[in-house]
Design a binder for this molecule. Structure first.
Ligand SMILES: [Zn+2]
Length: 348
């Protein structure tokens, strides 16, 4: 047994810096400990393929912010079921517990927000998360580079939000530039119970954007409700994404939803903290996707102000407790789903 009780999460939190690089050999797959909190599953290529299955290399990352425990518990249960051979494995799979030190402290991060450090952004920072960003980039790169050319590359980076949200579960789509949106990903996210999707307007230095930009993966940051301590999550609220991910792992297919599609928003501006007296004119408890009237002064500082351009524009991820120059929030505007798949640059 690789871990006592096949409990990958418990072992990772008890051994945040140790990795023996052991390999577990099972009937239909091998499991490799690539780094602390990083576990790679390689299905046996001689195993009989599932009918209609696409070859898939899937990254499931959790706990990039240490206090976002729900997704860590959800994915740990999936890992347990694979190791107990209750869940069949039909995809290559890399599972990541992103920031075990912060998880042990029950904080979002130790020194610096890990989800701002990818694509070389770590060079501008110092602290414990810098080494982890480099290590996670290396693990993901090795994983995708080992994938045969024809593999569909997927990365779902699972988070929970600091504050409440009008849409309880939502995902962030990477900036697509000249690439197209993929309707099967939209439908999969809908089937996973995701209520809203944000279309990025520029490249970022997040973990999911790293997989998109460097490895051509369909990659999403997925927000699954609100931060809770370990043991306090109601995982039944995540039953749709649990089912969607299990079907993906077991059958190598993206479950599609024929229900009403999720809301889609394009990001129109990033609010940047430009001064120590920068402030947002919203309630401390304002939910994500709170709407504003045209002309509302949303943010101000000695350097200037930000006014809402159009009625119905909304804010997501407001947070001014950040270093100067970092993002204090995103301003978003709803777009119609039907307009997205004919014009690749909508939301760009
Ligand atoms: Zn997060």
């Amino acid at each position: 047994m690789l871990y006592p009780n096949n409990d990958f999460l418990k072992y990772t939190l008890e051994n945040p810096e140790n990795c023996d690089h052991n390999v577990g050999v099972f009937n239909h797959f091998d499991v490799i400990k690539d780094a602390p909190g990083v576990l790679r599953f390689e299905p046996n290529l001689t195993a009989k393929p599932v009918e209609d299955a696409k070859p898939i290399s899937l990254v499931l990352s959790t706990g990039i912010h240490g206090n976002e425990t729900g997704p860590m518990e959800l994915v740990n249960d999936v890992v347990k079921d694979i190791l107990n051979t209750k869940l069949r494995l039909a995809v290559r799979l890399l599972v990541i517990v992103g920031n075990p030190y912060a998880a042990l402290k029950g904080t979002r991060f130790c020194d610096v927000n890990l989800n701002r450090l990818f694509l070389g952004a770590y060079e501008k920072y110092s602290g414990l998360e810098v080494a982890r960003a480099i290590e996670l980039e290396r693990c993901v790169t090795q994983f995708f580079e080992k994938a045969p050319q024809e593999h569909v590359r997927l990365h779902y980076d699972l988070h929970t939000a600091i504050r409440g949200s009008k849409y309880k579960k939502f995902a962030v789509h990477p900036f697509v530039s000249k690439r197209h949106y993929d309707p099967s990903q939209f439908s999969f996210l809908t089937a996973c119970g995701i209520d809203a999707l944000l279309l990025s307007h520029q490249p970022t230095t997040t973990f999911s954007y790293y997989s998109y930009a460097m490895h051509g993966a369909h990659a999403f940051t997925v927000e699954l409700g609100k931060v809770q301590p370990f043991g306090c999550n109601d995982l039944s609220e995540l039953k749709h994404i649990d089912a969607g991910l299990r079907a993906l792992i077991e059958k190598a297919c993206l479950v599609q939803s024929d229900e009403k599609p999720m809301k889609v928003f394009k990001i129109i501006d990033a609010l940047i903290k430009d001064s120590e007296n920068y402030r947002l004119n919203i309630d401390a408890e304002a939910e994500n996707f709170t709407l504003f009237d045209k002309g509302t002064v949303l943010a101000q500082s000695e350097k200037g102000m930000y006014q809402i351009e159009q009625a119905g524009d909304a804010i997501v991820f407001p947070n001014t407790n950040i270093p100067l120059g970092q993002r204090a929030g995103l301003v978003v505007r709803e777009v119609k789903n039907k307009d997205l798949f004919c014009e690749p640059r909508v939301g760009a």
